[in-house]
Design a protein around this ligand. Structure first.
Ligand SMILES: Nc1nc2c(ncn2[C@@H]2O[C@H](COP(=O)(O)OP(=O)(O)OP(=O)(O)O)[C@@H](O)[C@H]2O)c(=O)[nH]1
Ligand SMILES: [Mg+2]
Length: 417
């Protein structure tokens, strides 16, 4: 069965992983089964990914009623599983700071968010300092992941080679045998090797070649977004500038996790109106100034909180447009190429059946290049499917690749074909 996508949060101690996780999971948009803070085990939680909902295409936003998450005017929050991996330190792949165990937790992640403390107030081990250069963290943390995978491979390299030769196996088969423990698949390993265009046979690979292979595999298996966190700190600017010069702009997002937690708390307690992920924050005072004598029914902030809100607007929202945390998940989903699919019972009304109210009640996230059959298995399990229909009742082939706007609304007819 295809698994649900899982996004892992990594970073050194005190970079803000748990704060990020809290800011992403304590969403007021939660309804139904996921109400309340939903920790699956101590490190797993449900976050919400914003996607474009199919309802808007059919002018049915007012009837859109997600079973899980929410939908506001076509902006749908879809539950996605997050994993808070404990802090990694340099040397983790050799077991430093329980590194081996923490790295093993990563095996199941499909993408990573590297939470980087860009305030420069914590060193590589997460201890308090001043003026630390956080661009180093991006380099060594990636190195730890590569060395962890490489170490596991090298431990058995002698016997891997012998087996490979004896079985006259293909390099893809041999490597997939070794990398399947990281949740890789044949296609992923094939892409890894295609990129490298290696001329030497596997049994003659030297250390440098193996390192190249592991690096390329790490790129395929763990696409990574760097969340440059603590942008509210006055020292952040120069560190951000340095990192921005070194990294792919698509792989970095500026965040202030603590600000998002604070704003969501204010909104929940009735002190402010806040649209998650936006730069809209209104306090009672703001709304009174806008001509609402009742101040939107909001409670009055004391002077200290007022100052904190003003500060946050100046240092984060107005400068960067948002706290960035919602964008972190969107970016990770983009790197992964996640596609939202809408299984319905009725492909004309988009309802979930005769007795069900609302439309597009379900939405599942699938990986890029998944087929209609993959979706069927994910939604229906091992049930025998007679045929599958798309919008308006057109038949859809099980081998079709699912694409947004083409065949992302599906109904599965159970029974013998
Ligand atoms: N200024 C600022 N501080 C933050 C931000 N996010 C987190 N912090 C602070 O950084 C410290 C560490 O945060 P945590 O979320 O516990 O960090 P962690 O990465 O989970 O740490 P470990 O669990 O030890 O690995 C706390 O004091 C947070 O309040 C932020 O956006 N801005
Ligand atoms: Mg933590």
């Amino acid at each position: 069965m295809p698994r649900d996508p899982l996004i892992g949060l990594v970073g050194k101690p005190s970079s803000g992983k748990s704060t990020m996780l809290n800011s992403l999971t304590d969403a007021s948009s939660k309804v139904g089964k996921y109400a309340g803070f939903t920790t699956i085990d101590p490190q797993r939680a449900i976050g919400y990914l914003q996607v474009d909902c199919a309802c808007i295409r059919f002018g049915k936003s007012d009837q859109c009623k997600p079973n899980y998450g929410s939908c506001n005017n076509g902006k749908r929050s879809v539950p996605i599983e997050l994993l808070d991996v404990a802090g990694l330190v340099p040397g983790a792949h050799e077991g430093k700071g329980l590194g081996n165990k923490f790295l093993d937790d990563l095996r199941h992640a499909d993408a990573l968010v590297h939470v980087v403390d860009v305030s420069g107030t914590t060193d590589a081990e997460g201890k308090n300092t001043r003026g630390y250069d956080p661009s180093q963290d991006i380099v060594w943390l990636r190195g730890e992941i590569v060395q962890w995978i490489q170490g596991n491979l090298m431990e058995k390299w002698g016997s891997i080679k012998r087996r490979h030769v004896a079985l006259k196996a293909s390099p893809v088969d041999t490597l997939q045998g070794q990398f399947s423990g990281y949740g890789s698949n044949q296609a992923m390993v094939a892409r890894t090797l295609d990129k490298l265009q290696l001329k030497t046979p596997l049994e003659s690979w030297d250390q440098g070649t193996i390192e190249k292979v592991v690096n390329a595999f790490t790129d395929e298996k763990f696409p990574t977004v760097c969340a440059l966190n603590k942008i509210d700190h006055p020292d952040a600017d120069k560190n951000i500038a340095k990192i921005a010069k070194q990294q792919d702009p698509n792989a970095i997002v500026l965040t202030s996790a603590i600000s998002e937690v604070f704003l969501r708390k204010l909104a929940k307690q009735g002190y402010a109106k806040y649209v998650e992920g936006s730069d809209f924050v209104d306090t009672r005072e703001d709304l009174i100034a806008d001509g609402d004598p009742d101040g939107g029914g909001l409670k009055e902030l004391d002077d200290k909180l007022k100052e904190r809100v003003e500060n946050l607007k100046d240092m984060v929202l107005y400068r960067f447009g948002s706290t960035g945390v919602v964008q972190v998940l969107s970016r990770a989903a983009q790197l992964l190429g996640l596609v939202p699919v809408f299984p319905v019972r009725n492909v004309n009304t988009f309802s979930s059946g005769a007795n069900s109210t609302g439309v597009f009640r379900d939405c599942v996230l699938i990986n890029r290049n998944s087929t209609v059959r993959d979706v069927a298995r994910k939604v229906m399990g091992d049930v025998t499917i007679a045929y599958i229909e798309g919008v308006g009742g057109t038949r859809v082939a099980e081998t079709d690749i699912v694409e947004v706007g083409k065949n992302d609304i599906l109904t599965f007819k159970v029974g013998k074909a």
